[in-house]
Design a protein around this ligand. Structure first.
Ligand code: NAP
Length: 253
């Protein structure tokens, strides 16, 4: 698949990695449908110089809401006449230890609210968007591509029961969907970024950042464009299917 003139939907496009993907793909001539909870962030992205000449549709959409997702994908296909690529990128964290006991007392535990919030966006959201995109791609007789954004945390990270569970799940769903959807000429892959220099990571205290860098064999955190570059590679290489690309500077959790 070429990137030029390809219709690409990116969820969570108002955030750090989604924005980097939108900018790189726009530079390659892709047509973009940018989805996020936060319309203001999408408007800021659309107004950025990198997107000045891109054909770009913005849609405010909660990926965990079934009706909103189905409406959004109908709007995308109505606007562009179809959909070639979905990047399932929207994700949140609500970190907490599952339980914390001190001096014989239970001091805290991960709330069901924080468990459900992460499951709703990172897992149900990926399912709903993946299903909406796959239906439309299959009915159009492909070719199509879905990329689920997982994480290095998929293998189990302290304080992230909810997040790690969802990121393992979306990597597994990429394999499942690759098997189910190949007959419709739809490829499905996952990308598992390590620590990437989005605003959240860059805002960490210098001591914490130094500790983090020391854990990464590459000796640095990743650049958002290095994840965007991986997206472009997967779009353009039709033999990459059912795989999880680990882009983490060699770090293991
Ligand atoms: P980010 O800057 O927080 O971007 C995520 C975007 O998703 C935000 O704009 C957020 O909007 C949006 N969003 C949240 N809930 C949503 C919902 N229900 N419906 C639609 N959009 C929603 O995060 P990021 O660092 O770019 O991460 C992007 C993806 O990469 C995530 O899946 C994350 O788990 C994964 N990842 C990131 C890293 C990293 O180091 N940055 C590493 C591994 C994996 P609001 O701001 O309004 O909440």
């Amino acid at each position: 698949m070429k990137t030029e003139a390809t219709i690409v939907a990116i969820t969570g496009a108002g955030g750090g990695l989604g924005g980097a993907m939108a900018k790189r793909l726009a530079a390659q001539g892709a047509k973009l449908a940018l989805l996020d909870y936060d319309r203001a962030a999408l408007e800021t992205l659309k107004a950025s110089p990198e997107l000045a000449t891109a054909e770009c549709l913005i849609i405010a959409c909660d990926v965990s809401n079934e009706d909103a997702v189905d409406q959004a994908f109908t709007e995308i296909c109505g606007h562009f006449g179809g959909l070639d690529v979905l990047i399932n990128n929207a994700g949140i964290t609500r970190d907490a230890l599952m339980i914390k006991v001190k001096d014989g007392e239970l001091v805290s535990r991960m709330s069901l609210e924080n468990w459900n919030a992460v499951i709703d966006v990172n897992l149900t959201g990926v399912f709903l968007c993946g299903r909406a995109a796959a239906e439309r791609m299959a009915l159009a007789d492909g070719p199509g591509l879905i990329i689920n954004i997982s994480s290095i945390s998929r293998s189990g990270n302290m304080g992230q029961s909810n997040y790690s569970a969802t990121k393992a799940a979306v990597a597994a769903m990429a394999v499942t969907w690759a098997k189910e959807l190949a007959r419709y000429d739809i490829r499905v892959n996952a990308i598992s970024p390590g620590f990437i220099g989005t605003e959240m990571v860059r805002a960490m205290k210098p001591e914490a950042l130094a500790k983090l860098r020391a854990m990464i064999p590459a000796g640095r955190i990743g650049e958002p464009d290095e994840i965007a570059h991986t997206v472009q590679y997967i779009i353009e290489n039709d033999f990459v299917n059912g795989r999880n690309m680990e882009v983490d500077g060699g770090m293991r959790l």
